[in-house]
Design a protein around this ligand. Structure first.
Ligand code: FES
Length: 200
């Protein structure tokens, strides 16, 4: 005759097994949820930390500006405006060709130049020099600048940004590195701008 006590025991064991399984699945889902939250938090925090620490990093790099050679002054004839390129002094190994920055050099006189950032002061498109019309023109929204970099027409709020420069031993040098913007123009960049300039 079967023992009723043994039957009851085995029934209890059977009903306990699925209950234990349910609890462990719940724990697993909880751990998974916490893990996903930690990953999402880290992904969100990385750009925020980079944004916060970015200015400090630039300050550590010597305020983001350094004298850079554009080569011999002789390659820029008096009265002409020519494209030049320099290597950003603060590039990192993985920056590749993006570290080569173009700029426009206008040789005004034997010992006088104007060196313009290539970026339009509206939204940053590269401007091109057209000697026939004596204008810098922006292809994006039709912004135009006179040969001295001042604003001629279109949406740009001001003239082209100018680099500080020096002539030394027949060579042309510019103070380059951090790209000039309306938020951080290079020193003296606003001195010759009209009242509309927002960074003066
Ligand atoms: Fe040059 Fe808009 S970016 S006019």
């Amino acid at each position: 005759m079967p023992d009723p006590t043994t039957d009851k025991k085995s029934e209890n064991e059977e009903s306990a097994a699925p209950r234990a399984q349910t609890v462990s699945r719940r724990q697993l889902l909880t751990i998974l949820g916490i893990g996903l939250n930690v990953i999402a938090g880290a992904l969100f925090a990385v750009p925020v930390i980079g944004y916060v620490l970015g200015p400090a990093g630039r300050r550590a790099m010597g305020k983001g500006l350094e004298w850079v050679s554009l080569g011999s002054l002789a390659q820029f004839p008096v009265g002409e405006t020519r494209l030049a390129t320099y290597r950003n002094p603060f590039v990192r190994p993985w920056d590749g060709d993006t570290g080569d920055i173009p700029c426009w050099v206008r040789r005004v006189a034997t010992d006088q130049c104007q060196i313009f950032a290539i970026n339009c002061t509206h939204l940053g498109c590269p401007v091109r020099w057209f000697p026939q019309s004596g204008l810098f023109l922006c292809p994006c929204h039709g912004g135009a600048y006179y040969s001295d970099g001042s604003r001629a027409s279109g949406p740009p709020p001001r003239g082209l940004f100018q680099y500080d420069y020096k002539i030394e031993s027949g060579g042309l040098w510019i103070k380059a590195g951090q790209m000039p913007t309306l938020a951080s123009p290079p020193s003296g960049a606003c001195a010759d701008q009209p009242v509309r300039c927002s960074c003066a």
